[in-house]
Design a protein around this ligand. Structure first.
Ligand SMILES: Nc1ncnc2c1ncn2[C@@H]1O[C@H](COP(=O)(O)OP(=O)(O)OP(=O)(O)O)[C@@H](O)[C@H]1O
Ligand code: NI
Length: 346
């Protein structure tokens, strides 16, 4: 088997804040294979964005600090000199962010920005850059691309702006596309179009995609594999069909319970995320877990246990000699520590 395109080990990102050191991502591992889509999913504040921005060291240091290993095509991005990393960022790994407004320069036309990116990455003439930029705009589904080339960002709709950002990301023909909630700011119809577009482009360009979302409906649509994050830790991971069919971790189950499209009630999970400056002992989810017992509240996050090929869960109830079927029952009288409700899909 060839090594993964991206292999993240022990990724830990902390921030120095006035209130002390905050650990946003706490020693997580995951990988993305060539041509594969991996979704990182979890509630707001779980560390999804910080994790993906740590990969190419987009996190500002200080106050941030990124540790661990991030091997991309065999090279450790965290140990790489800045100038080499800049090349990787432009050519091999592209980011698409949630708000295209913020990622685009308002003073230049959309086409010019894409052409300029092409000129930086490739040694091409102005005419070639323009032709290729128009081609990319066309490829991402912007109608009448050669006319739209001269539009300023404010002249495009939200969906068109996001398409243009995707075109910009494709300039270097990346091997890995990191997309952080790229459709969250868009309405549902446009969101579906952009997801379809990403799917097509992935097949065409053969990219690996690392996709961040809090929306399990989106995960179901696009993921090959899913990594469930909570409070800086990985709770569960596996093939998307396995995890959706037979979620193992109580947190994953509660998340899925929230999704109306999957028969859920659309509500939230009672309680809130722990303070990242002072996380609880044991499983990070224990304070909100109806099945938590003493073993869940001691030591660190439980080691991950294989539940079926490719699916692993960090939960003491799956340890040898234990019966995880207790998680299927409503524990009598057991209430999570807090009844404050947060939305599971904000
Ligand atoms: N620059 C920063 N300085 C201090 N703390 C930060 C910084 N950036 C992120 N954090 C903290 O790190 C934690 C993880 O944040 P992150 O943005 O990665 O969450 P997320 O899972 O992407 O959430 P969302 O779904 O809302 O985007 C949060 O507690 C957040 O407040
Ligand atoms: Ni985020």
């Amino acid at each position: 088997m060839s090594p993964p395109l991206l292999e993240v080990e022990g990724l830990t990102t902390t921030f120095d804040t006035d209130g002390g050191t905050l650990t946003a991502v706490d020693g997580i591992d995951f990988s993305v294979d060539e041509g594969e889509t991996v979704c990182i999913v979890g509630e707001s504040g779980s560390g999804k964005t910080v994790a993906t921005e740590s990969i190419t060291r987009l996190v500002r240091e200080p106050p941030g600090r990124v540790a661990g290993t991030v091997r991309f095509k065999g090279r450790d991005l965290l140990a790489m000199p800045d100038d080499e990393l800049r090349e990787v960022r432009g050519d091999d790994i592209a980011h698409v962010f949630q708000n295209p407004q913020e990622s685009m320069n308002h003073c230049y036309t959309v086409g010019w920005q894409i052409a300029e990116a092409l000129r930086i990455h490739r040694d091409v003439s102005d005419d070639e850059a323009r032709a290729r930029a128009v081609d990319l705009l066309d490829r991402v589904g912007i109608a009448n691309a050669s006319a739209r080339f001269d539009d300023y960002p404010h002249e495009l709709s939200g969906g068109q702006k996001q398409r243009a950002m995707i075109a910009m990301a494709l300039v270097g023909d990346p091997d890995l596309l990191i997309a952080d909630e790229p459709t969250t700011a868009l309405d549902v119809t446009v969101q579906a179009q952009i997801l379809r577009l990403l799917d097509e482009l992935q097949a065409e360009f053969g990219m690996g995609v690392l996709f961040v979302t809090h929306d399990l409906g989106v995960v179901a649509q696009i993921a090959d594999r899913v990594v469930v994050m909570y409070a800086g830790k990985v709770m569960e991971r596996g093939g998307v069909l396995d995890v959706f069919d037979r979620p193992a971790h109580p947190y994953t189950r509660r998340l899925l319970d929230c999704v109306p499209e999957l028969g859920g009630d659309g509500g939230g999970i009672p309680g809130t995320l722990p303070d990242p400056r002072d996380p609880p002992d044991g499983c990070r989810f224990a304070p909100r877990c109806a099945h938590a017992e003493r073993a869940c509240r001691t030591d660190g996050q439980p080691e991950e246990i294989d539940v079926r090929p490719g699916q692993r869960v960090s939960c003491v109830h799956y340890r040898d000699g234990r019966d995880p079927s207790v998680l299927d029952e409503d524990p009598p009288g057991a209430e999570p520590d807090s009844n404050e409700v947060t939305s599971g899909d904000d």
